[in-house]
Design a protein around this ligand. Structure first.
Ligand code: AMP
Ligand code: GLY
Length: 457
């Protein structure tokens, strides 16, 4: 079915676009939407993101999973198009709800979003359609059988709850647990406490190598892949410490990464394309941005996870580079014309560093004031995206999640990194933490040495 969409050149009535989510990723989405002509922006946030607030004509202060309330708001405000940033409203069926009310939604339905929200289903799709980049896996409800499987894989496994856990449910052998018994303790917890929503656990072969992100637009039939990004999930410098939502990320002006060749990029894009085709076959057509997390191993790229949305922070690396009108792109995703579209991306490198509350990853210091000199940040050339902060009397305060992100955009990685650091000088608080090593020559060298030692390239 083809959607009939508004003629944006008509210029008579403004297009009402609603963005769901109050993080830095959604701030970046709102920013790009506002670059189109004749837009009235609305938003739904469960925290007041000052950046989104400033861009929005109006907002609804509500949890992103309250699909009935959001549905009512969308209908009352006569919204034309809805974009959904985070995964939780996708899982709650927000797109389904809105579509059933005749609203255009450039995000996947609950069924298509299972590619992210149900890890067992995702692995089974890869198997059924014989898609490259698979890892060995099995799901278990029985702890003894799980133990046998771990022993079969010599303990080199990753233990995952089946459903969403906000990026905090995965345990990797050698990183998060060292003995099979420690792994079993965690499996016991997942099964008995239904972590991730089910009394079931996914055990996966551990992939060894370096991770990268490939995001793409999908109209359900074809994709347009975007520049590669590398996120840094670990809390501490040198990629150490616990996993977080992501501490920062970088991308290069040529769209690749120092350790990823054009052919690996194409291989990874072909995997995403096949996933889109398989979802179509499964009668859950995927519309919107899709995200592939890959690990480059000595057997090529392996699929770590697929997300049904943009990455956070990865959206902040890619969206500011896009010169194509975003509403035009949404239109193409909705009416299956992506394959006829050429998108324009600025050939620049980017470095994004998150400012997080001290203690983030263990126990965040909340309610701490952050002072920003906005004018100096703008003069530094870097872009500021607010994330999870509270605003009171024109000041912003930390919550338990990531506070804000700064992105340097320049011709080379090192100049983008310097630009980002220049901007960070104008953010002050006694209780914030930043991974300053992201995008530095030293960290890049460390990653390259690791990859060479593993004989991957
Ligand atoms: P996920 O929530 O699935 O993205 O997993 C979080 C992190 O755990 C990933 O970014 C990887 O660093 C690590 N991870 C997940 N699955 C695997 C795997 N099969 N092999 C190695 N590392 C993994
Ligand atoms: N950067 C990881 C994620 O968005 O899931």
């Amino acid at each position: 079915m083809k959607f009939i969409f508004i003629n944006i050149n008509a210029g008579v009535v403004n297009i009402k676009v609603l963005v769901v989510g109050g993080g830095a990723r959604e701030h970046a989405i709102c920013d790009i939407i506002k670059k189109s002509n004749n837009i009235d922006l609305y938003s739904v946030m469960s925290n007041i993101n000052p950046g989104i607030e400033a861009l929005s004509k109006e907002y609804l202060f509500e949890k992103e999973t309250e699909i009935d309330r959001i549905g009512e708001y969308v209908i009352n405000k006569k919204i034309d198009l809805v974009l959904i940033g985070p995964e939780s409203p996708l899982e709650a069926g927000l797109a389904n709800k809105l579509l059933s009310n005749g609203v255009l939604v450039c995000a996947p339905t609950k069924e298509a979003a299972r590619i992210e929200t149900d890890k067992e289903w995702m692995r089974n799709i890869l198997k059924k359609y014989n898609i490259e980049g698979q890892l060995q896996f099995e799901c278990f409800k029985d702890i003894d059988k799980a133990k046998n499987y771990i022993e079969d894989l010599n303990g080199q496994v990753v233990i995952k709850p089946i459903g969403l856990t906000g990026g905090k449910g995965v345990r990797v052998s050698g990183d998060h647990f060292n003995t099979i018994d420690e792994g079993i303790d965690y499996i016991d917890k997942i099964i008995n406490k239904k972590i991730g929503g089910k009394s079931k656990v996914l055990i996966e072969e551990k992939a060894i190598g370096e991770e990268f992100t490939l995001q793409a637009f999908s109209d359900g039939i074809s994709i347009i892949p975007l520049p590669l990004v590398q996120d840094h999930k670990r809390l501490l410098p040198g990629d150490n410490g616990p996993n977080t939502g992501g501490m920062g990320s970088y991308s290069l002006s040529n769209g690749l990464l120092p350790f990823i060749s054009k052919s690996i990029y194409e291989e990874s894009a072909a995997i995403l394309q096949k996933i889109i085709e398989s979802l179509y076959q499964e009668k859950c057509k995927f519309i919107g941005p899709i995200y592939g997390q890959f690990m480059l191993t000595n057997e090529g790229p392996k699929i770590i996870e697929i997300n049904a949305r943009f990455g956070d922070p990865e959206a902040m690396n890619v969206l500011p580079l896009l010169s194509t009108d975003y509403i035009d792109l949404c239109n193409a995703m909705l009416d299956e014309t992506l394959s006829t579209k050429k998108i324009k991306i600025k050939k620049k490198s980017t470095v994004c560093k998150y400012v997080v509350p001290e203690g983030y990853g263990t126990k965040s210091m909340t309610g701490e004031k952050i002072m920003l000199n906005i004018e100096d940040i703008i003069n530094s050339g870097s872009k500021l995206y607010y994330a999870s902060v509270n605003k009171k009397n024109d000041h912003i305060y930390t919550t338990s999640s990531r506070s804000l992100a700064l992105v340097g955009i320049s011709n080379s990685l090192s100049s983008a990194e310097m630009m980002c650091e220049d901007g960070l000088k104008f953010i002050e608080s006694e209780h914030i933490y930043i991974r300053h090593d992201i995008g530095t020559t030293e960290l890049m060298q460390m990653k390259m040495d690791k990859i060479k030692n593993l004989n991957i390239i």
